[in-house]
Design a protein around this ligand. Structure first.
Ligand code: BGC
Length: 748
């Protein structure tokens, strides 16, 4: 076996030697190496490369690696074990191909950042990139070189627990934040030891699971797919994302793992993608349950023929594809292409040259990482309400009641998809308030409820007593981490357990009540907002949630997060999102609601408009919403021209003034409406945003520019183009307010 490997290595070196003499590009050199290696491989070894395992027994794994039956593993995180596994792969398998080691590092490895939805709330791609970089540095120090992130499924339904992992409801925001994460994970160059390959997932439309129930079918027509669900994935390709993962859902009857339209026509042909595509966990096998495949062999064939390269854990490829080749159900060229994509990635990652983990020093929880995570929380927390400037707390507050099941819940505040973060390293708000502000206020802590779902109300009276003794009350409510994430869908978006009652009782004390929500999704908190003087919403904030939130409460940090999703008033309004299309009968703001309707009202007496009698149409908080301790004023909106051609670029400028008493950061947002199209268009679409920091009283001229080509969409003829016509534009502080101007676009 050794001799074959030596010949193989020699052949490759001779080949490289001859290549380098022709001064080939690094990519061309890699292609040559891939082809040389492929030429040496048996069919069994090729199928082995296409096989990813989550090993339960390392001895068993070693045996299979020796036989060339494994290309990648996930869920091994011990560097010594990983090095042993690589040793077996390199020295004891026939061709010595290194193993690609993967792990779900979704919002941090050890240092846990806010959940991706919280990172999106920063509207700050730089912080998302830094977060992914920190995750990559920490994860690679244990030998992980591939993560299954970012998750860039546009999601407009908070019943779907996986909205926590997403960047929210907007294609543009998801594209910008997702691309930043790709850059962060992969770093400057994939072959640097701290780079880990990113994975754009889940391809595609998974976020549209019907009814918000996880894994459910989706029915997204091609035009919506292209206009809404695909753009973040295209942005990931453009950012150089090394891998893609198929999704669990079937869209219009076709499971994504066998959808050659998206995997081949769009991803490979249109987008010219040369990365690697992996199935989701057993999603090939699950096509039998879907009723799309008759058996394992059928599932394997449909997957590879549709364009999948690697199978995660269900082993239908390795078991059946040899026979499929004999049966001529799968072409050898299909297998070769898949293996090329896999080997190319291994070369790009530098795994052949540096297969082993070298961990010279511990980078986990490095001070710099913790500080970056803290900044991420500071920028992601959203101030939803602040009546009479309840926040920040002033020195008039001598005694502070800290209440609630999430005040000191280190595990829960990390959120979903935390396999490696440790609660012992998590800093909770209670800890931080005591530690950082304990000399300024007396803190009385009462949980009130043991955990978020707790219905036992016996602790509430103690919480109320604590509130009575205090000058202000901060109540931490929300969701335990298990309530969001994969397979954790909810039909009811109200606060769980007796949390709502807790807030009501605290509010009845007459003390100022500040509600801090830590959750994995936007909840329906209408009553709780009414009962509170101030509300701060922090999607599960991770390791450094405590200090960041404490600094916001005490005014050292001025909140600047904005909602990356629309908040419903009640669950039944879902799906609710700002970029909706108009109906022929849009509701008026003055529409009569259920309690105002006279008894025995005539059928058409209240008008016939599109809205809910019991909730209206407006959300509790619109997309892009978030207050600050200061106030911002927008004025003097001007456009470079109000008559543009499809070849022009539009420059938008306006004055932003900090009119309040605090320095602060505003996320300025630019929305566009294409008034009439060959198909109906969203009433608004986010096209640009920018964080602008201003000192109290300071003004700034802000300029945003957008090429008219970015107004293109997939219209009636399924062509991606700008349709000449009339447009409206807004700049403002959220998706439902702003200065506006009209402009038109004509063909050249
Ligand atoms: C999830 C993926 C994840 C994979 C590996 C699946 O159940 O859908 O998002 O990356 O498991 O853990």
């Amino acid at each position: 076996m050794k001799s074959i490997k030596l010949i193989a290595t020699a052949l490759i070196s001779v080949f490289i030697g001859s290549c380098s003499s022709q001064k080939e590009t690094p990519e061309a050199i890699i292609e040559n190496k891939v082809d040389s290696l492929l030429n040496l491989m048996t069919l069994e070894e090729k199928l082995g490369q296409m096989n990813q395992l989550s090993p339960y027994n390392l001895e068993e794994l070693a045996k299979r690696i020796r036989k060339g039956e494994v290309g990648s593993i996930l869920n091994v995180v011990n560097p010594e074990e990983i090095n042993k596994i690589q040793e077996v792969a390199l020295n004891e398998s026939r061709l010595g191909i290194p193993i690609l080691v993967a792990r779900d590092v979704i919002h941090g490895y050890k240092t846990i950042f806010p959940i991706p939805l919280g990172q999106a709330a920063t509207f700050n791609p730089e912080i998302a990139e830094q977060g992914a970089r920190v995750a990559a540095i920490e994860a690679s120090s244990d030998g992980i070189r591939w993560t299954f992130a970012p998750m860039i499924d546009v999601s407009r339904d908070p019943r779907w627990g996986r909205i926590a992992e997403s960047c929210g409801e907007d294609p543009y925001l998801s594209a910008v934040i997702g691309a930043a994460m790709v850059k962060g994970y992969q770093g400057e160059s994939l072959n640097a030891p701290t780079a880990i390959a990113a994975c754009a997932k889940h391809f595609v439309a998974y976020g549209a699971a019907e009814g918000g129930r996880d894994y459910n079918s989706t029915f997204i027509p091609e035009r919506v797919l292209r206009n809404v669900y695909l753009p973040p994935f295209k942005a990931a390709v453009d950012a150089g994302c090394a891998t893609f993962m198929t999704s669990f859902n079937d869209n219009d009857g076709v499971p994504s793992t066998a959808n050659s339209f998206v995997l081949k026509d769009v991803l490979r042909k249109e987008w010219k993608y040369d990365g690697m595509v992996v199935t989701d966990w057993a999603s090939a096998l699950e096509m039998i349950n879907h009723g799309f495949c008759t058996d394992e062999k059928d599932a394997a064939e449909k997957s590879v023929n549709a364009g999948v390269d690697m199978e995660m854990v269900s082993e239908t490829f390795i078991k059946h594809l040899k026979q499929s080749i004999t049966d001529k159900k799968v072409a050898m060229e299909t297998i070769d292409n898949a293996v090329r994509n896999i080997l190319r990635l291994k070369y790009r990652l530098g795994l052949f040259d540096n297969p082993y983990v070298v961990t010279p020093q511990s980078v986990k929880y490095a001070e710099k990482h913790l500080q970056t995570a803290r900044t991420a929380v500071e920028q992601s927390a959203i101030l939803l309400k602040n009546a009479n400037q309840t926040l920040p707390l002033t020195d008039k507050v001598k005694t502070l009641a800290v209440i609630g099941p999430m005040a000191d819940a280190p595990y829960e505040q990390m959120g979903t998809w935390v396999f490696d973060g440790e609660k012992a390293h998590t800093q909770t708000p209670l800890m931080a308030i005591k530690q950082m502000y304990g000399n300024q206020v007396k803190v009385i802590f009462e949980k009130g409820l043991e955990y978020s779902r707790d219905k036992n109300t016996k602790g509430i009276s103690r919480a109320v007593n604590a509130a009575r003794q205090a000058d202000a009350v901060v109540v931490f409510v929300g969701e335990e981490s298990i309530l969001s994430g994969e397979a954790h869908s909810l039909a009811n978006l109200n606060l769980q357990g007796a949390q709502s009652l807790l807030i009501k009782e605290l509010s009845a004390t007459g003390k100022p009540v500040i509600t801090v929500v830590m959750a994995g999704r936007q909840l329906a908190i209408t009553k709780e907002v009414e009962a509170s003087n101030a509300v701060l919403y922090s999607f599960h904030p991770g390791t450094m949630g405590g200090p960041a939130i404490a600094d916001i409460l005490f005014g050292k940090v001025n909140p600047s997060g904005k909602t990356p999703v629309t908040f419903p008033r009640i669950s039944g309004q879902v799906p609710i999102y700002y970029a909706q299309h108009n109906t022929g009968r849009p509701a008026n703001p003055t529409e009569m609601l259920i309690d105002d309707i006279p008894v025995e009202a005539g059928q058409t007496s209240i008008g016939c408009r599109s809205f809910y009698l019991d909730a209206g149409n407006s959300p509790l908080f619109p997309f892009g919403y978030g207050l600050s301790y200061t106030t911002f004023e927008y004025s003097s909106l001007t456009l470079s021209s109000e008559k543009l051609t499809t070849q022009d670029s539009l420059s938008v400028s306006f004055t932003l003034k900090n009119t309040g008493h605090y320095d602060g950061t505003e996320v300025v947002q630019l929305y566009i409406q294409d008034k009439t199209g060959s198909v109906t268009r969203p009433v608004k679409e986010l096209k640009r945003f920018q964080r602008i920091t201003l000192k109290a009283g300071e003004s700034k001229q802000v300029s945003l520019s957008i090429p008219v080509s970015e107004l293109a969409f997939w219209g009636y003829d399924m062509k991606f183009e700008v349709e000449p016509g009339d447009f409206r534009l807004w700049v403002g502080t959220n998706s439902s307010e702003g200065l506006t101007k009209d402009f038109s676009v004509s063909a050249l």
